[in-house]
Design a protein around this ligand. Sequence first.
Ligand code: ATP
Ligand code: MG
Ligand code: MG
Length: 349
Amino acid sequence: GATIGILGGGQLGRMLSVAAARLGFITHIFEPGANPPAGHVADRVTTAAYDDLAALTTFAHSVDVITYEFENIPTAALDTLEALRPIHPNRRALATSQDRLTEKEFLRSLGLNTAPFAPVDTAKDLQAALATTGTPAILKTRRFGYDGKGQARIMSPADAPQAISDMAGAPALLEGFVDFTHEVSVIAARGRQGDIACFDPGENVHKDGILATTTVPARLTNAQATDAVLLAARILNELDYVGVMGVELFVTPLGLIVNEIAPRVHNSGHWTQQGCAVDQFEQHIRAIAGWPLGDGKRHCDVTMENLIGNDMDRLPEIAKEGNAAIHLYGKSETKPGRKMGHVNRITTS
Ligand code: ATP
Ligand code: MG
Ligand code: MG
């Protein structure tokens, strides 16, 4: 069979590998870290750094198509890979979402609503930016942030010096605080022929900056749900996107505001493993392999709960539940804040 190369060997790479294997593909993971979760299920693993261009070249030659499970692939690595094999989703999608400033400017260029924002490199920039956004506001590093890391809340102008020092010199973006009622996300897919399928929006609850639960259906009016799906489709079309994308949204009385986009399968899409015939992982593999997409239809109500750190202590109890599908990532060491697995509970009676 054809071989799919996956950059990144975390839990997303692991679940992509399982889906690919089910469709008869061979998988080859490229991952700098030792003993990656995906390594236990993939056919082959290359352990090498992203600046090892020789290892990247060998990896590319061994696969037919390349995809990724995280967005911080260095430019030189992409240059090397892209010269040898197709990469889906494409480079523009990656570049757009790697930098919160580029991302927000792109979303605005589509006429979509975002939080008010301004780039901040210095204390002086921050003073000027606060005049635009007001307080409360959130200062975020432009690159490499996830799970709420690299963010500082500014409740009043007096918090500004601490927020600047929290950025440790990294380029940052100030965002005005969005007074949302709740958060939802759309997991959308686009195939090689430009066909699009969206899963139902899920409602997300975060704890300590980390996704805790996703519930479907989300609390949305029909108009809001349609709006969410249509705006996601516009984003994918504009990027000529191939694969699955996660689009995070704030719900406000004045409409939907786009928080951020992730050019990959997304934690808030894990519910699809029990809610849909074709889940987000199979959908992504289908898209990048040029297959027809699943239709995204949801067959039941689901709540996905992340198992983070010592949530794992509850595993014996969870295992006794009759309708809880358990997904563990095979990580040997439990750490606070570390995503160890998730549970999908079917809540349709
Ligand atoms: P992820 O793990 O989803 O990639 P991240 O580190 O990139 O997270 P964001 O999604 O930007 O961080 O923010 C994390 C959470 O913080 C959001 O889901 C939301 O709850 C809150 N948040 C972020 N930006 C804003 C904002 N402008 N106004 C209000 N709340 C916000
Ligand atoms: Mg993010
Ligand atoms: Mg987020």
